[in-house]
Design a protein around this ligand. Structure first.
Ligand code: ADP
Ligand code: ASP
Ligand code: MG
Length: 423
């Protein structure tokens, strides 16, 4: 029996009852002979509540203090979980990210893990304890400041620890039975996927399927750590995410893995940009110097009479303020007319490696949207994904229409959502 890393998301430990239920499950794994390392998220919507609180005090809080605040959420859940396990007669010790050796760069609010030195965790489990680690946090290598890994970052903590400790498997426990062909909160007829490749999961995750964070999948692929996504509320088998199917996992992946949607992005349009070399470079250098990432980009055809064009791009809403103020400051140098900000957009993506070899996927996708009366504002594609931007109001309808058009609807069971508020 080897070492397992189990991660429990916020909805699984939303209250005292949840913590006690999870503690029992952890103790079961220990009783089955495993060494157990647990990564835990903040209880319920604690992180969102802390963010709301910070915004009431300061519209653009300092990154360092913001991280210090947010990591408090995981400190609460890790200590309570360790107490609940001890109450069941088993030994447990809780550790902050820093104590667990999660070393990051110093980009506050979205730090990257650069090393994991889990000496204290190894000592603790070798001494017979269950180790509980606070997810989503680390310590920066150069400044020794507390950092966070970006929303949903506990998934990454879990996989990074699994890799550093050479775990057999990384189990991600959440409030649904696995990875589905669409978000079960939106599509009741979504189907549970038994096995999905890292490649398709990466694409789903980066397109907004928040059941796994994309950085976590990236990490798992790099270190070849199989992930088992499952519910902490049911005893059912979940979804295996790995390079190749194993054991009783299906031998082949479907042509289309699923439909993802994302309402966390905003669109910025830079209006009246001189249509000459170097302009796009100047705009995106400004964004990059502010340490912001963009997603989709579209440049309109310029009107011949004016020699001016518009450039639109999408980025996380949380970076919207920063991007707008960086571009405003650079306006005199870059020389555009004005900026427009739109946060009422949604991105809908269709993902599947089978797209490479199956013609007609794009046509069916656009037809489904058009039949549902959904207007498309931006389009981007990769080899195994098509994404469009639409109005936020249309998102549910669009996802359901595409899901049905690709024959993904389940004709038997309805997807169950066991907990969480979907926030
Ligand atoms: P946790 O608190 O366990 O980290 P999250 O809220 O981060 O949970 O992720 C689980 C949620 O992800 C589900 O409740 C579901 O609404 C959402 N989700 C989005 N897309 C999918 C998908 N394709 N399959 C399963 N869940 C999905
Ligand atoms: N508590 C953090 C969040 O809500 C990290 C996580 O849950 O993974 O984003
Ligand atoms: Mg999550």
């Amino acid at each position: 029996m080897g070492l397992v890393v189990q991660k429990y998301g916020g909805s699984s430990v939303a209250d005292a009852e949840g913590i006690k239920r999870v503690a029992k499950r952890i103790v079961e794994a220990k009783k089955n002979g495993h060494q157990v390392v647990v990564v835990v998220s903040a209880m319920g919507d604690t992180t969102d509540e802390l963010i709301d609180l910070a915004e009431q005090v300061s519209p653009i809080p300092s990154g360092r203090e913001f991280d210090m605040l947010l990591t408090a959420g995981e400190r609460i859940s890790m200590a309570l979980l360790a107490m609940a396990i001890k109450n069941l007669g088993h030994e447990a010790q809780s550790f902050t990210g820093s104590q667990a050796g999660v070393i990051t760069d110093s980009v506050h609010n979205k730090a990257r893990i650069i090393d994991v030195t889990p000496g204290r965790i190894r000592e603790s489990i070798d001494a017979g304890n269950i180790a509980i680690v606070a997810g989503f946090q680390g310590v920066s290598q150069d400044k020794k400041d507390i950092t966070t890994l970006g929303r949903g970052g506990s998934d990454t903590t879990a996989v990074a620890l699994a890799a550093a400790l050479d775990a057999e498997v990384c189990e991600i426990y959440t409030d649904v039975d696995g990875v589905f062909t669409a978000d079960p909160r939106v599509v009741k007829k979504a189907r549970k996927i038994d096995w999905i490749s890292f490649e398709d999961m990466l694409e789903l995750a980066s397109s907004g399927s928040k059941v796994l964070l994309h950085r976590c999948v990236e990490y798992a692929r790099r270190y070849n750590i199989p992930i088992h996504v499952r519910s902490s509320f049911s005893g059912l088998k979940g979804t295996w995410v790995s390079n190749e199917p194993q054991g009783d996992q299906p031998m082949e992946q479907a042509i289309i893995s699923g439909v993802a949607h994302d309402t966390s992005e905003a669109k910025i349009t830079v209006v009246g940009v001189p249509d000459k070399p170097g302009e796009a470079a100047a705009i995106f250098r400004t964004i990059s110097d502010a340490e912001l990432n963009i997603d989709m980009v579209v440049q309109n055809v310029s009107a011949a009479s004016t020699g001016l064009t518009d450039i639109s791009f999408t980025l996380p809403k949380t970076d919207g303020h920063k991007a707008m103020s960086a571009l405003s400051k650079a306006q005199p140098v870059i020389g555009f007319d004005s900026l427009r900000y739109d946060d009422q957009i949604a991105k809908i993506s269709l993902v599947g490696a089978g797209m490479r070899t199956n013609p007609g996927v794009t046509a069916t996708f656009f037809e489904a949207l058009s039949n549902a009366g959904v207007n498309i504002e931006l389009i981007s594609t990769s080899e195994i994904r098509i994404s469009v931007v639409t109005r936020a109001d249309d998102v549910k309808e669009a996802v359901r229409a595409v899901h049905t058009a690709f024959g993904l609807d389940s004709d038997s069971v309805e997807a169950v959502v066991y907990g969480g508020t979907g926030r």
